[in-house]
Write a protein that binds this ligand. Structure first.
Ligand code: KIV
Ligand code: NA
Length: 278
């Protein structure tokens, strides 16, 4: 199976075939998502929240993105991989921005980068695209600007906001993005943007009138100790409680000496193992 590419993604939009995207941050999650048939993997800076325990995506560094993207790329060799550009790494000089993009592509092995922002970042998007790197836009609620926005607010609620979002989407398309993530945007405005641009829109909390959906891996699977319900998420498994139960069973069995059993034990005639971990 060959990885999807940005030409095929545009064709999917024209043909009305929804794009599926999920975040992935490590080897097993990326491998499992690929096996499950996902179209696109996103090494999102949401890894700051769900993998590293930060409150926001702001502390996430280029180092973090490269490290996690490498693990994802080792696992998913037949899936299109997008990696987030971290907070404030694309607002200085173009040279500095391109150096960061180079690292994420060459050391992380991503196929594309994603950046938050509208018309104001269009010249930067253009420079990255001109360097041969596909760029995914991201407008609506942009978590890297949470301190400026003042919380995780639904976007596109009034006429002026809706018009600004549509203008941003068109500017990004002109700058050469291959798609745009719409986060926490009203269904009506997301639908209007989707109808106005030729590249796919990928929604998260943006309703049904978009070209694809993206969710965070840990949300889809309830992979957390204290999973908090979100209106825009549907959960498809409850991995968190399965992990807790599995580990607590292991703890009990070691304490009670039920594990290891006879079959887990080596004797002198045993030799080499096929594998050690995983
Ligand atoms: O970091 C992330 O997971 C994202 C998605 C929510 C779109 O940017
Ligand atoms: Na992100």
């Amino acid at each position: 199976k060959h990885a999807l590419n940005i030409v095929k993604m545009k064709k999917m939009k024209r043909e009305g075939e929804p794009l599926t995207m999920i975040t992935a941050y490590d080897y097993p999650s990326a491998k499992l998502a690929e096996e499950a048939g996902i179209d696109v993997l996103l090494v999102g800076d949401s890894l700051g929240n769900v993998m590293l325990g930060y409150d926001t995506t702001i502390p996430v560094t280029t180092e973090d993105i490269v490290y996690h993207t490498r693990a994802v790329a080792r696992a998913a060799q037949h899936t299109f991989i997008v990696a987030d550009l971290p907070f404030m790494t694309y607002h200085g000089s173009i040279d500095e921005t391109l150096r960061t993009v180079r690292r994420i592509m060459q050391e992380g092995h991503a196929h594309a980068v994603k950046m938050e922002g509208g018309a104001e970042i269009a010249p930067t998007v253009e420079a990255i695209v001109r360097a041969g790197v596909p760029v995914l836009g991201h407008i609506g609620l942009t978590p890297q600007s949470v301190n400026q926005i003042g919380g995780y607010r639904i976007q596109g609620k009034d006429e002026a906001d809706a018009r600004r979002l549509l203008e941003d989407a068109k500017e990004l398309e002109r700058a050469g993005v291959f798609g745009i993530v719409l986060e926490l945007v009203t269904e009506e405005v997301a639908g209007a943007i989707t109808a106005e641009i030729s590249v796919p829109t990928i929604g998260i909390g943006a309703g049904r009138k978009v070209d694809g959906q993206v969710l965070v891996f840990h949300d889809v699977l309830k992979y957390a100790s204290d999973y908090r319900e979100k209106r825009f998420v549907k959960t498809y498994a409850d991995i968190g409680s399965q992990i807790r139960t599995g580990i607590s069973d292991y703890v009990s069995e070691v304490k009670s000496k039920a594990f290891p059993e006879e079959k887990h034990v080596f004797a002198a005639e045993d030799g080499v193992l096929d594998n050690l971990y995983g």
